[in-house]
Design a protein around this ligand. Structure first.
Ligand code: T3D
Length: 257
């Protein structure tokens, strides 16, 4: 296997993107973050219709690599240059993302896991906003992602106490979508990514975009965006195919166009 810190493998229409520094629990370096953003963009440009994002080894991602001079550089600048573009790329990608979280998702690794559309966790996995434990504040969108999904009380608890949130509690808090037996993680996550890759890709991309906009916008703005997006979606080949299949009482075949 390649020793690149981020691996990409196409499995049918699913781009499997793997964080690959298992001996450091996939801790993030600036180069790795840049490669992750570039890999996600390339997967979409090359025609992938869904992404499965996961980590190699016993963790999803342990956040910033603490051996790589956090504290000696301008961390705000590091976030703006390397971390924020990953989260922005994930938000703007035109295809859906499933994250498969085994073991730890800590620090900025929490944000990368939760910035996916569907988050699947292994039973023994956990989320850890480790920042306050080392005198830092949540970053890479964690404050927004957790606040929007789970609300103020859970966000403050996780951010201030810096304790592990087990998968079952993450599910109860509305932070993730599925918790499965450890041995089933890869199959369940891959199954969801494969299902998404076979769906009407243009509509899924628009749904991602309008959900993001709705969470930050007003009802009036959302109504407008929905109308704009429906104009586009209703003209796709996949929409025509779905309606023809419905009327002919057969299964649709979606091409992503
Ligand atoms: O300037 C900037 O870039 C600012 C940006 C900040 C963003 C952030 O993400 S800050 C938060 C950074 N992350 C953390 O604080 C988490 C640190 N890690 C841990 O707390 C623990 O490792 C875990 C709770 C995640 C897992 O614990 P455990 O007991 O399962 O594993 P371990 O033994 O601690 O780790 C295994 C190895 O991975 C170990 O190396 P060794 O002893 O086998 O040589 C450990 O040092 C290494 N490792 C784990 N996390 C990191 C790491 N190495 C570098 N950076 C890490 N974040």
């Amino acid at each position: 296997m390649s020793d690149a810190p981020v691996l990409l493998a196409m499995e049918g229409d699913v781009a499997v993107v793997r964080l690959n520094r298992p001996d450091r629990l996939n801790a993030l370096t600036p180069d790795m973050l840049d490669l992750l953003a570039a890999t996600l963009r390339r997967a979409a440009e090359d025609g992938a219709r869904a992404v499965l994002l996961t980590g190699e080894g016993r963790a999803f991602c342990a956040g910033a690599d603490l051996t790589a001079s956090v504290g000696m550089r301008d961390s705000g600048e590091s976030l703006r240059r390397h971390y924020n573009p990953v989260i922005a790329t994930m938000a703007e990608l035109p295809i859906p993302i499933v994250s498969a979280v085994g073991g730890a998702a800590a620090g900025a690794g929490v944000s990368i896991a939760l910035a996916a559309d569907i988050v699947v966790m292994a039973q023994s996995a956990y989320l850890l906003l480790a920042f306050a434990n080392i005198g830092l504040v949540p970053d890479a969108g964690a404050t927004w992602l957790i606040g929007k999904a789970a609300g103020r009380a859970k966000l403050l608890e996780m951010a201030l106490l810096g304790e592990r949130l087990p998968a079952g509690e993450a599910l109860e808090a509305g932070l993730v979508n599925r918790v499965v037996e450890d041995g089933a993680l890869a199959d369940v996550a891959h199954g969801l990514a494969t299902k998404l890759a076979g769906m009407p890709t243009v509509a899924l991309g628009l749904i991602r975009k309008q959900v993001g906009a709705a969470l930050s916008g007003t009802l009036a703005e959302t109504l407008e965006i929905e109308a704009d997006h429906q104009s586009i979606a209703a003209k796709t080949e996949d929409c025509r195919e779905a309606i023809a299949a419905f009327l002919a009482k057969r299964e649709p075949h979606f091409t992503g166009r």
